[in-house]
Design a protein around this ligand. Structure first.
Ligand code: GRF
Length: 198
């Protein structure tokens, strides 16, 4: 039986598309829902084009009521019944109360070589630190932000003339390779980490 995958996005959804496009044929998983906290996320239209059910749960009307937003999220997910949740550019911090429900079933992609540079502005921070290598990480989601067991990493060399934008642009195609490669293994119950070099 194929694993059911829900993908949570906030923006353009290019990682979501990369994931969805590989979940075909003998792949052990299928996308069952693309959910965005941003009703204007470009990724929603892309998901509809791929015939994946979509849902927007706008976080803004919830204001500071994070628990209320997460209850709405949880209820949508309870209906979709995913076996696996992929956070793909999902820009809301999730509380321990929420992540606990999905421990061992939720993945995230983060644009740094974790444990370096949790949080935002990862490319600028790697440049500032003078790092020779940069990259991205797919990890299991736990209560701690950008923490949890690492399932795969992709590396690129930092060039002397790199800016945050050139690093981001060189990294994105690798994110699109790494995340599907990790998801395939994760869905098969294979916890061998994926390592890619750009
Ligand atoms: C990616 O760089 C991801 O690592 C980051 O947000 C970006 C999402 O892009 N956290 P997309 O929405 O998948 O195109």
């Amino acid at each position: 039986m194929n694993k059911r995958v829900a993908i949570l996005i906030s923006g353009g959804g290019s990682n979501m598309v990369a994931l969805a496009e590989t979940m075909r044929g003998d792949h052990p998983a299928r996308p069952v829902l693309v959910l965005s906290n941003n009703p204007d996320a470009g990724g929603l239209a892309k998901a509809r084009k791929l015939n994946i059910p979509t849902l927007a749960i706008d976080h803004k009307p919830f204001g500071k009521d994070r628990a209320g937003f997460e209850a709405a999220l949880q209820s949508a997910l309870a209906t979709a019944k995913p076996d696996i949740i992929c956070l793909a550019g999902f820009m809301r911090i999730l509380t321990a109360d929420f992540t606990r429900n999905w421990e061992g079933k939720m993945l995230n992609i983060h644009p740094s070589l974790l444990p370096k540079y949790k949080g935002l502005h990862t490319h600028a921070r790697a440049l500032e630190a003078g790092d020779a290598a940069h990259g991205c990480t797919v990890h299991e989601v736990t209560a701690e932000l950008d923490d949890g067991p690492i399932r795969g990493q992709a590396r690129i060399a930092v060039r002397p003339d790199d800016t945050a934008d050139t690093l981001a642009a060189r990294l994105l195609p690798l994110e699109h390779q790494l995340y599907p490669a990790v998801l395939r293994r994760f869905a098969q119950g294979d916890d061998t980490p994926v390592n890619l070099q750009g």
